[in-house]
Write a protein that binds this ligand. Structure first.
Ligand SMILES: [Zn+2]
Ligand SMILES: [Zn+2]
Length: 95
């Protein structure tokens, strides 16, 4: 599947699928440590990128720093990510 950068608004690009380089940028930005439980990747596995606005709602992986007000991305470990979604939609699995 094609994964081209999509212009969301002037100066803000996003992707439907998170490119590896963007994932790596985010992981480096948090020093490979989950911001929620403060575990390192060596303990909790490779960090995952979460979209605040779901993919099913058209949410994209924005090319912006994580703390940017327009960023649609968040990062956490597999466990925290799972909990995040479990709290939001108890019966729906989504990424
Ligand atoms: Zn975590
Ligand atoms: Zn998520």
């Amino acid at each position: 599947m094609e994964n081209k950068a999509i212009l969301i608004e002037p100066g803000v690009y996003g992707y439907r699928i998170c490119p590896q380089w963007l994932k790596n940028n985010f992981r480096l930005a948090v020093k490979y440590t989950c911001p929620r439980c403060h575990k390192q990747e060596s303990e909790c596995g490779t960090l995952q990128i979460h979209r605040k606005n779901r993919g099913c709602n058209g949410g994209l992986y924005t090319v912006l720093p994580l703390n940017h007000p327009k960023s649609n991305c968040d990062i956490d470990c597999r466990n925290c990510h799972g909990l995040l979604h479990a709290n939001e939609y108890p019966n729906v699995k989504s990424k």
